[in-house]
Design a protein around this ligand. Structure first.
Ligand SMILES: N[C@@H](CCC(=O)N[C@@H](CS)C(=O)NCC(=O)O)C(=O)O
Length: 188
C-alpha cells in the first residue's frame, strides 16, 4: 500500500489552515503545504465546496476546517481520549470556527483585506465581536480541566492547537480586538 500523501491547500496566512500545518509538523509527517497567492479563483473549481482549506489525502479530498482537523487529529494522536472529550474538542473547534466566520465577514474583509465597504457601524461591530471573543474564551476555559496543562489533560489536543492558532491569527490580523483574557496562552 502506498505511503499516505497529504496536500493542504490554503491561503498564505495562518487562519483556518494553521492548525493542520502544526499537527503535521508536530507529528513529523511530510505534507505538501500549498499556499495560494492569486486568490481563491485560481483553485476554486478544484475545491469540493468552493472554499478553503482543502486537504487532499490518498482516500480523497476533505473540505471544512473541523473535518480536516478531526481527520488529522484522529490519524496522528491529537484527539482526546474519551468520547465525551472528543465531542467537547469538536465543540471548541466549531465555536472558534463560527466566531472566525463572523469576525472575518464583519471586520477582516472590510478593514484588513479591503474587499468590502467598511460598515457604518464598524465601531459597534468591533465592540460586539470583542465581547464574543471573551464569551468564547470563557466557554472554553469553563469546560477545561483546571488541573491539567492543556484543555483536557497534560497531552495537547487538536482543540488546544486550534484555539492557539485562531487566537494568534486574530491578535496578528486585528490587534485592536485583543482580548485581555490571556488564559489560552498558559500552556504554549
Ligand atoms: N465552513 C468553512 C468556511 C471556509 C471559509 O469560509 N474559508 C474562507 C477562507 S478562511 C474562504 O475560502 N473564503 C472564500 C474567499 O476567500 O473567497 C470551513 O470551516 O472550512
Amino acid at each position: 500500500m502506498a505511503a499516505p500523501q497529504y496536500k493542504l491547500t490554503y491561503f498564505d496566512v495562518r487562519g483556518r489552515g494553521e492548525a493542520a500545518r502544526l499537527m503535521f509538523a508536530l507529528a513529523k509527517q511530510d505534507f505538501e503545504d500549498q499556499r495560494i497567492q492569486g486568490g481563491l479563483a485560481t483553485v476554486k473549481s478544484t475545491t469540493p465546496q468552493g472554499f478553503l482549506p482543502v486537504l487532499e489525502t490518498n482516500e480523497g479530498k476533505i473540505s471544512q476546517t473541523t473535518a480536516i482537523n478531526t481527520y488529522i487529529a484522529e490519524k496522528f494522536g491529537f484527539m482526546p481520549d474519551t468520547a465525551y472529550e472528543k465531542a467537547q474538542a469538536i465543540s471548541v473547534m466549531l465555536t472558534l470556527n463560527d466566531l472566525t466566520g463572523r469576525i472575518s465577514s464583519q471586520l477582516y474583509m472590510p478593514l484588513v483585506y479591503k474587499v468590502m465597504p467598511v460598515p457604518e457601524d464598524v465601531e459597534e461591530k468591533k465592540k460586539t465581536l470583542a465581547e464574543e471573543i471573551n464569551t468564547c474564551l470563557a466557554f472554553i476555559e469553563n469546560l477545561s480541566n483546571s488541573g491539567s496543562k492543556f484543555i483536557f489533560s497534560d497531552k495537547i489536543s487538536v482543540a488546544d492547537i486550534f484555539l492557539f492558532t485562531i487566537m494568534e491569527t486574530q491578535r496578528q490580523v486585528l490587534p485592536e480586538l485583543n482580548s485581555d483574557n490571556e488564559w489560552f496562552l498558559k500552556s504554549v
